[in-house]
Design a protein around this ligand. Sequence first.
Ligand code: NTF
Length: 840
Amino acid sequence: GLGEHRAKAERMYSLMDGFLKNDPISLQKDILHHVEYTVARSRFSFDDFEAYQALAHTVRDRLIERWHDTHIYFKRTKPKRLYFLSLEFLMGRSLSNSVINLGIEDQCAEALNQLGFEFEVVAEQEGDAALGNGGLARLSACQMDSLATLDYPAWGYGLRYEYGLFRQIIVDGFQHEKPDYWLNFGNPWEIERIHVTYEVKFYGTVEEVEMNGEKQKVWIPGETVEAVAYDNPIPGYGTRNTINLRLWAAKPSSKFDLEAYNTGDYINSVVNRQKAETISNVLYPDDRSHQGKELRLKQQYFFVSASLQDIMRRFKEEHTNFDELPEKVALHLNDTHPSLSIAEVMRMLVDEEHLGWHKAWDIVCKIFSFTTHTMVTDGEKIPVDLLESLLPRHLEILYEINFNFLEELKKRIGLDYSRLALLSIVEEGAMKSIRMANLAIVCSHTVNGVSKLHLERLKTKTFKDFYGLYPEKFQCKTNGVTQRRWIVVSNPGLRDLISKWLGTEAWIRDADLLSGLRDHLDNADFHLEWKMVKKVNKMRLAEYIEAFLTLSLLQVSLDAMFDVQVKRIHEYKRQLLNIFGIIHRYNCLKNMDKDSRRKVVPRVCIIGGKAAPGYEIAKKIIKLCHAVAEKINNDTDIGDLLKVVFIPDYNVSVAELVIPGADLSQHLSTAGNEASGTGNMKFLMNGCLLLATADGSTVEIIEEIGEDNLFLFGAKVHEVEKRRQKRLSNLAPLQPAKVPLHFARVLRMVRDGYFGHKDYFKSLCETVEFGFGNDYYLLTSDFGSYLEAQAAADKAFVNQDKWTRMSILSVAGSGRFSSDRTIQDYAESTWKINPCRCPL
Ligand code: NTF
């Protein structure tokens, strides 16, 4: 009875009263407790890694407390929830971020200190969680941080890949890929939920049965695997709210192959069980194409099915009527990868909940929103024959959705078959397939672009016809990054400086306050401290370069301009333009007399990034970078004037080190190709000047800080098309004279083997050579303007006062590029969710 229940509750309270304490002594006790009982080491002797593990568990306990409170509060208040569905999250390390968001960094540092450890050293022990490729995946991570900080009732869903993005190692200048078995050393940041499991089914057949006098389709699946939940608490900053990132791992179903056990084929059936686990094993390492692989499709459906079962179960616990679904649930599709969700929700509502097609469809159209992250036209497609065998019922549903859509369409546009074919969700032809983007657009209430320019292109090119049909769906949500990770965690010196001069730390929750830095623009003390912070960060980066990177005992001068380009290697991002610029600079230096050399601004050119394993040209770019580095760095004639460094295995934690230490950063995509870019924002926030094309979100950065405060170059978006046409018309009669002299010279050096590996670089050269109909990304025509921008950067660097002003103005203008702004916009205009702040 009630009395019994109360007695039990009281006893619980007496055993576990209050929350864990956060003073240094309590933290120390907890750390030692975990050293002894979790890590199972002696409290009298443990090393940095074990200290990391023990501290991580100490922090984890505190995260769990808040996580519980948040979820109890959400359960009680039943707000509309957002479910953010993404196949990739690039979280990086968790320790520093967690202690900062929990507000216990000083206490932890002191606790460790008294035990004889240093927080920075301990934090370095942690490996990255790299469950994603590049921009899209890191954006998801930044957005989770903002969702938690802004108190939104949100959950993230993803996959718990056992192998994250490959580790890049460089052998003789070539990229090699090594598996990233990141769970090897345990993962204290996740909570395994052995009881939160769902069965996910594949294959089989669809049958028609009679049910209450009506014909009903049922799917008789042929294979079952189990999805197990792993929860990753995401703490907000300056709030108790701690939301959840739930990642699924595949396990063999407990029902798996019972038959085989009984018929005596024991060994084989055990071996077969392992196949189930491979579903969530490995992340696909290409960031822009996921075409037609069965395992990839299995991953997608595994993810979708487990997440939606979980979401529907929660909905049904809290609500009784599916009419309420659109008021209580927002499902966000992070790119097309999770868009099978649409068919799955239809299947659940129609086949399992028996709502009837029209009612189900009405609900589905109100709950999905969609963001696309690329400019490219031909998006993700699923071959129909794959679907037919793996998910036969879903294929039927997709056909029916498409049939209804096309019928509607005919009423609106008539029998214009070529347009109908273009808009159709099903693509006919040699390989019949499902166009995931079309599906997502038709079924979502909102289609988001990630920058103004991107949205404009979606409306006028990529999805022009859809825009004509549904203009109201198309919205711009310019990306942002979290200042918690990209300033507070990664640049503590700048954090202190900003807080000191603004007189508050409130900017950590409200990045617009950064504009207040403009008040001190001409203050000499401020300038001095500003430069000092940069110097310390450059020192940190130089140490890293010197200690870890080169066999050739490379030394870099702190007076040099640190010039950085770090991002995935892609032809459209034009790392090749950067390398060609470096070669040109080298040529100029070689031809200079002593006097002129004295006036040159020394440079350290830093490039980093991974190439997809099957992307040959990108891999050649990496090799060229090394070949050029070897030549230049060993030329004693050049000395400190020019150094070239390739930083291997670029990832989140490397970014945290590199970005604060950069003076200049390069964002060179041919205009109209980078959907947004987020690296530009991270550099901006760290007071690093940009050398960039007017592409993606850089256009909005220019709006914010003015053209004078960065180095802009290259063809604008409207010029690119014209130049491409010109390039083609030049095709027939070879007109090598049109190639700028400097460009031709540099190209010839590479082609003729000046940097060795003549044969290997041949096909790379051909991508930009005239007469091959190539140079799609217009390196040739942008080269001159690129060199001018580089010269302007050199000139500005000489005037350190001017440079510092530009740097301050960059940070002061970065507030708009906080993911807090993006998330608030999504919450208010797309998801229609409200903050739900857990009381203290
Ligand atoms: C990337 N896309 C885009 O290439 C970037 O421009 C953009 O900033 C980020 O998404 C985030 O929106 C991808 O990573 C992918 F996978 F879609 F190619």
